[in-house]
Every structure is written in structure tokens, then in C-alpha cells.
Design a protein around this ligand. Structure first.
Ligand code: ATP
Ligand code: MG
Length: 557
């Protein structure tokens, strides 16, 4: 580590102190998702944090599925999460871990607590348990089953495991303190009956540990030194420490909490994202409008831009909401340097170059990127018929040069990477709409200034009408049109932006049909686009709008 790498946040300070004082020889972190949905942008920041710390301090980071709740979990999520972590550019230490592979140990530890008189099988139903738990103002009441003998508890727990009880009838609880001011300490549930198939352990178990009974112990088993989690688990820490004190664990991890990443115009809850998928508001978890890692990927976000965003949000100990424009800025910035330039005409107006013979194809050479020669060049066929954008032409000759830097009848404009042209005439259809613009090119102006007296108003983009290709463009916008879609009383689905997707055709320069899926481009003067990861094909090119060139929401606000 160099002096410039100094601690950037409270977690780094803690780690540096722990390393300096020898409390830990090296750090070991983990990212512990529950496989009940796809990862979202909030998880991405947690991934960048945990893997990033391990990288920075030459430690290790595990990927562990916290799979204690089989009803809501699925193998597809397990697979998608691994792919997302790798795509973000991280590699976990050793094999993927599963909380479920420690179920035998958890079971042993439950027996241990029973034998020590620190756990009991409770026969109260959920409702009585809830009532007897009390609340913040009211101490709890001991369960009538709390003082059963160790032998009785062992026998009852064995019956639970053997499937002799129905779901919801009994549970194993820790015997801690029903009067504790911390609700988590009021005899929390350790095991409950769930007669369901588990994606990893099959039908081996019909009792499953609670999240609280599993989480800290998983970290202990794996030798995690710094268990980093979000603030809502702060009140659970005394309970996790109680488990570490009262169980024969191999190590005692320390837990540190940081604030969740919230983003405006975005929902970051797997449950709500699942609702968007289930109710077909979007086309799936990886719909490019989704704030999921796979959605952002398909939208054209790069791993670098997401990691950059995670750095920008940083680590905080108090809740706040980040502006989604920060994320958009991160991708715009990245693509500005990394994306090749290309031309696409979204609203085509035919322009006939009358002094170029039909059938002639001139090859224009253009740099893939204005400042990065190493990205190479591309060839643009220039032909008698080309398309320009409707918005780039006007017959209104009163507009000042400053106001309208495009093509005006009787005047000159430069076609990007090609000639200076002059608009001579327009051809109209039966309704009086402009059908074609007739123009002439000025010879010798490719890469050269035009002769004295010819002053192009500006530079516009174009595509050959005969050599260019048609592509499908998916024009995406923010999924929600409300800054805090899931706060307040209204259903968040009411805040879905009805214009979040528009599909249209465009003419694109021919080389684009050979774009690799997931290759990003700046379509000059239009925005950043990416070849769709799944649907883009040479005979059916599909490009997704990643982000516009400018923040249009800022001006709306
Ligand atoms: P959700 O509420 O979306 O279901 P979760 O916290 O239940 O999220 P987990 O799979 O349990 O999802 O999360 C895995 C890890 O990611 C946890 O360590 C959690 O603290 C972290 N995490 C989840 N959401 C965020 C967020 N918005 N910002 C930062 N970290 C997050
Ligand atoms: Mg969770």
C-alpha cells in the first residue's frame, strides 16, 4: 500500500488498525446473498465493498449463499448471482459456499444449546408467541414451555427433525431474556418446521435454521474477520454475539454495519423487483430498465462504470439516497472514453446528392474514436442517396447560424467524415410534406476545408440509403417517473414511467451489423447504445439505448 491509498472510510480505518495491531493477520470478507432474486445495484455496491476491501488489503472474499429459506430460493438465482459477481470483475476465494452445507453443524449447535439449558422447544402457535413477545414498551412474557427439562427438549427437537409435527406447531427457541429491551433477545427462534424441498439439500431436512441462528455462525465457520452488513442488522449484533459466546465456534467474527445504497427513481428491493417481473411490467429480471446487475449489463452499463459508481457513493453509517444521475454520469463518462463512434439516423429524411452518379460508392474513412487511434477506423460508404435526420434540415432561412448549426436550404453543412454539401431543392409528396432534399457535394472537401466563401453551418451525421442497414432501436428511459417510487402510501407500480421503452427502426452504418453483442457505441449526436446481448444478430441488428448524451432529467426537474 502506498501513502496515497490511505483509508477512505470507517471500514478501512478499522481494518488498517486491526492489521497494524495484529488482531487479524489478514482480512477475510464475504458477500452473502440470499438466492431469492437477482442482484440489484445496491448489492453491487456491497460486492464492490467486500471484494474491494479484500483486494486492497490482500485478503480474501467468499461468495456465500445464505440459503436458509428454501421456499423463496431457486437455483436460477444461484446461477445468476455467480455470473453477476464474475461480470463485475470479482473472483471469490475457493469454492462457492452455501449456508446449507453447514446445516449439520447448525443442528449440532442447536443440540448443544439445548443440552446447556439455553434452548427449548416451544409449542405456542405463532399468534401467542407474537403476543407474549411484548413490544418496545411492554416486556415479554415467558413461554409456558420455557422450563421443560433438557431431556424433554432433546426428545421434542428430535420429533421436530423427524417430521412428526406440522409446520407452525412448534419451534426451537433460544432461552435468553423475555424482558430484554432488545426485541431480538426475547427468546428468538432458532429452528422452524418447513416441509419443503431445498435447492441444495433436497428433502434431507424438514426443519430449517432461522436467518439469525445461521448468519453469524456461517461467518465463524468460514473464518470471516470482518462481517460487513447493512444497518438494519445493528440491533441483531448482540444476538449474534450471544451465539458466538455460547457456541463452540471456531472463530469470532466482528460485525460492522454500513448504510444501504438507496437510489432515487429506483426501487432496490428484491421483493418489489420480483413484482415488476411477475406482473410483467418489465420483460424479466434482466430487462434493461431493471436496476438489477443483469439488467444494467443488458442496458449497456460496463463493470467499470458500476464499480466507479460504488466508489462515488462510498460507505456511510447513516441512511441516505443517492441521485441516480450519479450512476448515469458514471456510465456516460466511461463510454465517452471507451465506446467507438458510429452513425445512426433515427428519423430519416432522404437526401439525394445530384452530382454523384447512381451506383457509385465512395469509401469514407472515419476514426472509431476521435482521441483513440488504437481503436482503429471504419469505412463509411458514401452514395447518391443518403439519410439525414429530419431535425437536421429546415427551409427556414431566417434562423441564425448560431441557433441552427445544421442544413438550411440554399446553404452548406458538413457531413460527418465526408463532404461539405449544399441543399439545393426539396421534393414534396402529395400532402406537401418534404419527401426528399436534393443537394450537391463540394469536391475536395473530405478532410479538407471548403474553398473561400463556403461556410458550412455545422456538422451532421448521415447514413447511406443504399448501403446502410436497418436496425431495431430500443429506446429506454428511467423505469419510474417519480423520485421516490416506493415511499408514501401509493403503490409503487403507479409510478412506472409509461415511456420507459419505445421501439423504433433506424438506419445505421453498415459495419454495425457486425457489432459483437454487448459492444457499446456512441451513435454520434444521439446517445450511447449497446448491441443487445441476446437479440442482436447480423440479419436483425438490435441496439439498446444505454444513456443519452446529456442528462435530460436534470432539465425537467
Ligand atoms: P433486498 O432487500 O433487496 O432483498 P437483502 O438485504 O435482503 O436485499 P441479501 O441477499 O440478503 O438481500 O443481501 C446480500 C448482501 O447485500 C447483504 O450483505 C446486504 O446487506 C447487502 N445489500 C442488500 N441490499 C443492499 C443495498 N441496497 N445497499 C448495500 N448493500 C446491500
Ligand atoms: Mg435478505
Amino acid at each position: 500500500m502506498t501513502a496515497t491509498d490511505k483509508a477512505r472510510n470507517f471500514l478501512e480505518q478499522i481494518i488498517e488498525k486491526d492489521l497494524a495491531e495484529g488482531r487479524v493477520p489478514r482480512i477475510h470478507t464475504r458477500f452473502p446473498p440470499e438466492p431469492n432474486g437477482f442482484l440489484h445495484v445496491g448489492h453491487a455496491t456491497s460486492i464492490c465493498l467486500n471484494f474491494g476491501l479484500a483486494e486492497k488489503y490482500q485478503g480474501e472474499c467468499n461468495l456465500r449463499f445464505d440459503d436458509t429459506n428454501p421456499e423463496k430460493e431457486e437455483q436460477v438465482y444461484v446461477d445468476a448471482i455467480q455470473e453477476d459477481v464474475k461480470w463485475l470483475g470479482f473472483q471469490w476465494s475457493g469454492d462457492v459456499r452455501y449456508a446449507s452445507s453447514y446445516f449439520d453443524t447448525f443442528y449440532e449447535w442447536a443440540l448443544h444449546l439445548i443440552r446447556e439449558g439455553k434452548a427449548y422447544v416451544d409449542h405456542q402457535d405463532a399468534e401467542s408467541m407474537r403476543l407474549n413477545r411484548g413490544d418496545f414498551n411492554k416486556p415479554g412474557v415467558d413461554s409456558p414451555h420455557r422450563s421443560k427439562s433438557v431431556e424433554d427438549n432433546l426428545a421434542e427437537f428430535e420429533k421436530m427433525r423427524a417430521g412428526e409435527y406440522e409446520e407452525g406447531k412448534v419451534s426451537l427457541r433460544a432461552k435468553i431474556d423475555m424482558q430484554s429491551p432488545n426485541m431480538n433477545m426475547r427468546d428468538p427462534i432458532l429452528y422452524r418446521i418447513r416441509k419443503v424441498h431445498h435447492h441444495q439439500t433436497g428433502d434431507k431436512w424438514c426443519i430449517y435454521p432461522s436467518y439469525d441462528f445461521a448468519h453469524g455462525q456461517e461467518d465463524a465457520i468460514e473464518g470471516i474477520t470482518h462481517s460487513i452488513c447493512t444497518l438494519e442488522f445493528q440491533d441483531h449484533r448482540p444476538l449474534y454475539d450471544w451465539f458466538l459466546e455460547n457456541l463452540p465456534v471456531p472463530a469470532k467474527p466482528k460485525q460492522y454495519e454500513f448504510a444501504r445504497t438507496n437510489l432515487n427513481y429506483t426501487v432496490t428491493s428484491k421483493r418489489k423487483l420480483k413484482k415488476l417481473v411477475d406482473e410483467k411490467v418489465v420483460h424479466g429480471w434482466d430487462d434493461p430498465r431493471m436496476p438489477t446487475v443483469s439488467g444494467m449489463r443488458r442496458r449497456g452499463y460496463t463493470p467499470a462504470s458500476i464499480r466507479r459508481f460504488a466508489d462515488m457513493v462510498g460507505v456511510s453509517r447513516s441512511d441516505g439516497t443517492a441521485d441516480v444521475s450519479m450512476l448515469e454520469h458514471a456510465i456516460r463518462d466511461d463510454l465517452n472514453t471507451s465506446a467507438a463512434r458510429a452513425m445512426a439516423v433515427l428519423s430519416p429524411l432522404k437526401l439525394v446528392i445530384s452530382n454523384l452518379p447512381e451506383g457509385e460508392v465512395q469509401e469514407m474513412i472515419a476514426a472509431a474514436h476521435p482521441n483513440r487511434p488504437e481503436l482503429g477506423q471504419r469505412t463509411l460508404p458514401f452514395t447518391r442517396e443518403i439519410y439525414i435526420d429530419h431535425e437536421d434540415f429546415t427551409e427556414d432561412t431566417t434562423l441564425s447560424r448560431k441557433k441552427f448549426k445544421r442544413l438550411v436550404i440554399g446553404e452548406y453543412v458538413r457531413l460527418r467524415s465526408a463532404y461539405v454539401i449544399k441543399a439545393d431543392d426539396v421534393i414534396r409528396d402529395e400532402n406537401g410534406e418534404i419527401k426528399e432534399v436534393h443537394a450537391s457535394y463540394v469536391p475536395g472537401t473530405v478532410g479538407e476545408d471548403p474553398p473561400e466563401g463556403i461556410r458550412p453551418r455545422g456538422v451532421i451525421h448521415w447514413v447511406s440509403a443504399t448501403e446502410g442497414k436497418q436496425a431495431e432501436l430500443r429506446i429506454y428511459d428511467r423505469l419510474f417517473n417519480h423520485p421516490s417510487p416506493d415511499r408514501g402510501d401509493e403503490d409503487f407500480l403507479n409510478h412506472v414511467n409509461p415511456d420507459s421503452l419505445r421501439v423504433q427502426k433506424a438506419w445505421v452504418e453498415p459495419s454495425l451489423v457486425n457489432a459483437e453483442p454487448e459492444q457499446g457505441f456512441q451513435f454520434e449526436r444521439e446517445g450511447y447504445f449497446v448491441a443487445d446481448r441476446f437479440d442482436h444478430k447480423p440479419n436483425h441488428p438490435v441496439f439498446n439505448l444505454t444513456i443519452g448524451l446529456k442528462d435530460t432529467w436534470a432539465s425537467k426537474a
